[in-house]
Design a protein around this ligand. Structure first.
Ligand code: SAM
Length: 290
């Protein structure tokens, strides 16, 4: 069966497939190159993201440029990151006349996101698998001007971002993301909208910025360190995990946590996100910050 046939039952899926054929591209699984081949999803992403000509959209993983072009037509400017320079001819061909796109051929995880000009106000992307979670964690605080993300990502990552305390998926990134955003929409996606078809399920997730406490923006580096430390040994008590991961004397941690009203047996995996703000405040004087 050719990639154009079957699978999604006659949905429009021409642009990416035409580019692959025209430029003889073999998608690289190692880079998460599962290209969007169902044009209907473009409308869904634009609807959830809601870009206007006043917006600057950040896209991670431009690929063959199908989403980039749709974003460029709705927004004032687009910053599109793509790690694979071999896609340049196909990407330029798709972008054609669009003059409001800055293409950055770079690993988004190495980029100085805070230096982007004009500064992004939205993020719309079909995220590559492996950098998805670290990118979201980093951009949450490096790019405070982004008010909404509408991103396609692995279902398992989406579940972690939305997870509630006490569940298997709840982890440091759940707390960190939920301290910055509300999840306003989650939609499971069919594997048939990608070529090649991925081996895992995906979701379309929309996050709206809703910072839960001023500590989150005032002391982000400290908060992140404390969350990471607390989850480093998720089955241990907070006292043990925090003291060993941050290298602070255990008696000092016991005293600080007791003064802040923490149950001495509490564990990170049970704490709601706001409790990590309280925990960070409690250990402030004990931590060495650069
Ligand atoms: N936007 C295109 C689409 O929807 O068809 C492509 C999406 S594909 C899931 C992800 C893209 O991210 C690939 O083109 C891949 O080369 C690129 N990519 C992978 N890792 C990256 C990274 N660290 N930084 C920037 N781009 C990356």
């Amino acid at each position: 069966m050719s990639p154009e046939e079957g699978e999604s039952g006659g949905l429009p899926r021409q642009v990416s497939l035409a580019r692959l054929r025209e430029f003889g591209i073999n998608p690289k699984r190692s880079l998460g190159q599962n290209f969007l081949v169902d044009d209907n999803i473009l409308g869904l992403i634009l609807d959830r993201l809601g870009p206007s000509p006043a917006d600057v959209v950040l896209e991670v993983g431009a690929g063959l440029g199908v989403l980039t072009r749709a974003l460029a037509r709705a927004a004032g400017h687009v910053h599109a990151f793509e790690i694979d320079r071999s896609l340049e001819p196909a990407l330029s061909s798709t972008l054609g006349e669009e003059s409001n796109v800055s293409v950055h051929f770079a690993d988004v995880l190495d980029a100085d996101l805070g230096a982007l000009e004009p500064a992004p106000t939205l993020c719309g992307s079909n995220l590559p698998y492996s950098p998805a979670a670290p990118f979201l964690a980093e951009s949450a605080w490096r790019l405070p001007g982004i008010r909404r993300y509408t991103v396609m990502l692995q279902r398992e990552v989406a579940d972690r971002l939305m997870a509630r305390p006490g569940t298997k998926s709840y982890s440091g990134i759940s707390a960190w993301i939920q301290l910055h955003f509300d999840v306003v929409d989650h939609r499971p996606l069919s594997r048939a909208i990608f070529y090649p078809r991925p081996n895992v399920d995906s979701s379309l997730l929309t996050l709206e910025r809703a910072v839960k406490d001023e500590f989150v923006t005032q002391r982000p580096a400290q908060l992140r360190r404390v969350i990471d430390a607390a989850f480093q040994q998720r089955r241990k008590s907070l006292v043990n995990s925090v003291s060993s991961s941050l290298g602070i004397d255990k008696p000092a941690v016991i005293e600080a946590l007791a003064a802040a009203g923490f149950d001495p047996k509490a564990r990170a995996e049970e704490l709601p996100p706001m409790e990590f703000v309280k925990l960070s405040g409690a250990v402030t004087g004990l931590m060495e910050m650069p």
